[in-house]
Ligand binder design. Structure first.
Ligand code: SF4
Length: 925
């Protein structure tokens, strides 16, 4: 007879399990990392002062009736982040290098010692080489608001804060070239309106698991999904069609579709005439735009078209896209008499484009370039012309040498078919900055709304005076100009290409002719010198050359992994020059292994913070402190204050004089702490975050009267306005409470001009260098053989298992895959090299060699090998990951400037590193 349970409510094993899920505190959480768009709201559960778990918080409201909501947002990294708070990797105390760099010997020191040593190293560097020897490597990696504050703090100290856009290269150079802005960011829910989604240079199944469902849900509306990729990528699995394109031949394919659209009369003529530069006239004698200055009739940036109503040439309006009573012609030719008396022929860009497409890019000709059958090309072109089409792009294309040409050609097919500025259309890149207060808080001289209002009034006045001086410029253009001047003045960004060239050893590799575009007529150094002499990047080259780097700090980044060329370049060329390297992180990453100091930072749920906010979800979120960080880890804001106090103290003790910041003002060494904390008013993390919410409300991005207290109740608020940040203003669409967001509506609905040289979507660039390179129109060019003459091409993508490198060594994540780095390779290529599944292979080229296990992958194209991005170099033999075989090329043309929108602007136009389609060979190890 079975024993009876004396207490039926007593179930020990069940109780134990239930006990696991008990909590005594619930807070708001998110992950302030660069997992774009991020911003997933979480509830964080703690017990006895320890975080026990997190759970997705489905708090977003339905925005548009009939459109699915965003709930619940989250990914598997986020769902297990609390476990990373307490894993073995946590650094608990400030650590000082005790052996040689990279030897792995550390000693625990006090915060006082760490801050004093760092302050002394900064003062030594300034004394020896000047403030130009201080480097803060820009990265959005980890930290949200707390990390951005550090960028600004370093800039205020006169550091060279490298532009994070060039560091990470999530730039869309072809979108920028076309629109004068790279960052259209449609709402995730706006994908529901798409009738055709082209997943092109992206893999959202891996990278956008928080909102990818909208792409699938668009199919309930009859939408179709096409993945264009060399490999049968994870995102191809769920698409209606997969187009296996040859590596790096996307511009040819896009141009072939444009050829079909024009030849078959499918062009959206009204859209093209109003929105693009295709009606503008080009001189056939020199291939330059016809300008008013040619005719002695006005400025260099006044352009012309043929008015089909009169048959004569006329000035295209600059202040509006509305042609008024005119009808700009897309075809034909005219003869005009120049100021000097000579007569030249002029033709619309459209006519030149059509001739080029017919001559070089018919679907039959392109078939031999990209391998796509002409019937497929025609079929897709017709679909694009007939449907609301969006290109779901990631940041893969921009990482190709000719990625700008690919993107320009992709924008061209959208432009010809009228596919942007309407719900469910356009392209997609990234933008952050809805939380405007994040950027203004350190720039104010005191806490409180008074200074915020004064700051806003000052910037509004600058915008207004620019518009008054030139009524043809829009509010958007004026805001860019104001931001460009302010970031330059504050020294917030420095394009790092000059640092790499002078101090990191890239000059030699950039000059290798075989690694570059053979159509360029001169050597790299000649272009580089011309760019510097013409002042296209101001005096950055001179400033960078003047001083040897001595001090380098990275906050939440991982330079030796991320840098193309990695440790191979930096340890050899840069590291010996540096007297101190500081890594601020919650763990010791590969860069930390070679650093002199590790400063332990609080993890996501251990400090007050805000994640990056994006138009893709249009929400601003709160992250609350749920528990104390372990050991002596601190928030970034508290560490900044410790360094500020130590700098004050040591400067006084050493009798150091204040040095000048970028704005010419001396660094307030004597009152540094008081200066950054506004007399101590914002010293506390919670007060700082409260101030930022209040400032954002004043600046108009979030609802009025938003405070920390209100955010504690809600967790998130939807944006109500774009504020002043240029990345937001550039969306050029209204934020409507009951509509999904799609960018560029103002250009379409209000005919507001674009911030380009000719104020139109620009498919023709007549910059001298572009003409020299034959890239005035979006053409296809073969990928240069960077890496050497080797048969395979190494491509990459963002991984599924990690945000960059920060989750790659998480035990939870390691348990979800093979647990070690892998390279995907076609079975035929493997067989030819005697490689079996999971064998270790040598991957090598002219520059270096690394080892990795091979994964049998029939979906990978022959000739292609794929290593997803982000593995820690220390996961490989000899700590050499795929970055060592990357030459780290930049496209020479991206040093071009002095041409309308082709000029340096923080986070925008600048040389960016290339890492796709590097030539390699593979052999059995
Ligand atoms: S890591 Fe990023 S994408 Fe994943 S849940 Fe967190 S915020 Fe969302």
């Amino acid at each position: 007879m079975a024993a009876t349970n004396p207490d039926p409510t007593h179930r020990p094993s069940e109780d134990k399990y239930r006990d696991l899920w008990k909590w005594d505190k619930v807070t708001w959480g998110c992950h302030a990392v660069d997992c774009y768009p991020g911003g997933c709201p979480w509830r964080v559960y703690s017990r006895d002062g320890k975080i026990v778990r997190e759970e997705q918080a489905a708090i977003f409201h339905t925005i548009q009736s009939g459109v699915p909501d965003m709930n619940p947002m989250g990914c598997q990294k986020g769902a297990s982040w609390s476990q990373q708070h307490y894993n073995e990797e946590r650094v608990l105390y400030p650590m000082k290098r005790a052996g040689k760099r990279g030897e792995g010997k550390w000693e625990r020191v006090s915060w006082d010692t760490a801050c004093t040593d760092i302050a002394d190293a900064i003062l030594d560097a300034v004394q020896e080489q000047g403030p130009q020897s201080l480097y803060h490597i820009g990265t959005p990696g980890e930290g949200g608001t707390q990390q951005i504050l550090w960028n600004n703090f370093s800039a205020q100290l006169g550091f060279q804060v490298t532009d994070l856009q060039a560091e990470i290269n999530d730039f869309s150079p072809g979108i920028y070239t076309t629109f004068g802005k790279f960052d259209p960011a449609p709402g995730a829910d706006d994908f529901f309106h798409c009738e055709l989604v082209l997943i092109w240079h992206a893999n959202p199944i891996y990278t956008n698991m928080t909102w990818y469902h909208f792409i699938q849900e668009a199919r309930y509306n009859g939408g179709e999904v096409v993945t264009i990729a060399p490999d049968f990528s994870p995102s191809a699995v769920h698409a209606d069609y997969h187009i296996p394109i040859g590596i790096g031949t996307d511009a040819a394919f896009a141009n072939a579709m444009s050829q079909v659209v024009i030849q078959e009369g499918l062009v959206d003529v009204d859209f093209v005439k109003k929105q693009t530069d295709l009606p503008l006239l080009v001189r056939t004698d020199n291939l330059r735009f016809l300008r008013a200055s040619d005719l002695n009739a006005g400025a260099d940036d006044q352009f012309y078209w043929i008015d089909a109503k009169t048959g004569g040439i006329a000035q295209a309006p600059k202040g509006t896209l509305d042609p008024g009573p005119m009808d700009p012609a897309l075809d034909g030719a005219a003869r005009v008499k120049l100021a000097g008396g000579a007569e030249v022929e002029v033709r619309p860009v459209f006519a030149l484009l059509r001739d080029m497409l017919n001559a070089q890019y018919t679907p039959e000709k392109v078939h031999t370039i990209c391998g796509v059958h002409p019937d497929t090309t025609r079929k897709l072109a017709r679909k694009i012309a007939a449907r609301k089409t969006r290109i779901m792009m990631g940041w893969n294309s921009g990482k190709y040498y000719h990625g700008d040409l690919m993107e320009r050609a992709m924008m061209l097919i959208l432009g010809l078919t009228g596919n942007w500025g309407k719900h469910g259309t356009g392209a997609r890149s990234w933008a952050v900055g809805l939380n405007d207060g994040m950027f203004t808080v350190l720039l104010k001289s005191q806490a409180g709304s008074e200074m915020t209002l004064a700051t806003r009034a000052m910037s509004d006045a600058m915008v207004q005076s620019m518009i008054e001086a030139d009524p043809t410029i829009t509010d958007e253009i004026a805001r860019y100009n104001v931001e460009r001047e302010m970031t330059k003045m504050m020294g917030i960004f420095t394009p790092p290409a000059f640092f790499w060239y002078h101090h990191c050893g890239y000059r030699e590799v950039w000059n290798r002719p075989g690694y570059n575009d053979p159509e360029m007529k001169r050597s790299f150094d000649e272009y580089f010198r011309e760019a510097c002499e013409k002042g296209w990047f101001d005096t950055i080259d001179e400033q960078t050359r003047q001083a040897e780097p001595r001090f380098l700090i990275e906050v939440g980044g991982n330079l030796l992994r991320r840098q193309r060329g990695g440790a191979r370049m930096l340890l050899e060329h840069l590291w010996p020059k540096l007297k101190m390297i500081v890594s601020v992180d919650w763990r010791i990453n590969t860069t930390g292994l070679y650093a002199d100091y590790i400063l332990p930072v609080a993890q996501h749920y251990e400090k007050m913070n805000q994640p990056y906010s994006s138009p893709m979800h249009l929400h601003v979120l709160l992250i609350e402190k749920a528990a104390e960080p372990p050991g002596e880890a601190r928030s970034e804001w508290q560490i900044i204050q410790g360094i500020a106090k130590a700098l004050e103290k040591r400067a006084k003790e050493r009798g150091a004089s204040p040095w000048l910041r970028k704005n010419g003002q001396p660094v307030p060494l004597e009152t540094l702490w008081s200066w950054i904390t506004k007399g101590g008013d914002l010293a506390d993390d919670a007060k700082l975050i409260d101030e930022i919410f209040r400032d954002s409300a004043i600046l108009g991005t979030i609802p009025p009267d938003t405070t920390l207290e209100k955010m504690r109740q809600k967790g998130a608020v939807r944006a109500v306005g774009w504020g002043n940040s240029a990345m937001m203003v550039c969306q050029q669409s209204p934020i409507e409470p009951d509509k999904t967001h799609t960018p560029f509506r103002n250009h379409i609905e209000q005919l507001k001009p674009y911030p380009t040289l000719n104020r139109r979507a620009s498919f023709y660039i007549d910059h001298d260098w572009y003409l020299e390179a034959g890239e005035q129109l979006p053409v296809h060019k073969d990928n240069p053989h960077h890496g050497g003459e080797h048969p395979l091409r190494l491509t990459s993508g963002h991984p599924r298992w990690s945000i960059h490198s920060m989750n790659h060594t998480s035990r939870v994540m390691l348990g979800t895959h093979r647990g070690h780095p892998v390279m995907y390779m076609n079975p035929d290529d493997m067989a030819a090299r005697g490689l079996g599944n999971d064998d270790e292979a040598r991957v090598f080229n002219d520059l270096a060699e690394m080892r990795i296990r091979v994964r049998w992958s029939p979906g990978t194209q022959p000739g292609q090998v794929v290593i997803y991005n982000g593995y820690e170099p220390f996961q490989f033999k000899g700590w050499r990951g795929p970055e060592v075989v990357e030459p780290g090329m930049v496209k020479w043309l991206h040093f071009a400037g002095g041409y309308g929108h082709l000029q340096y602007r923080g986070l925008h136009w600048q040389p960016i590193p290339i890492d796709r389609a590097v030539h390699v060979e593979v052999a059995k190890a």
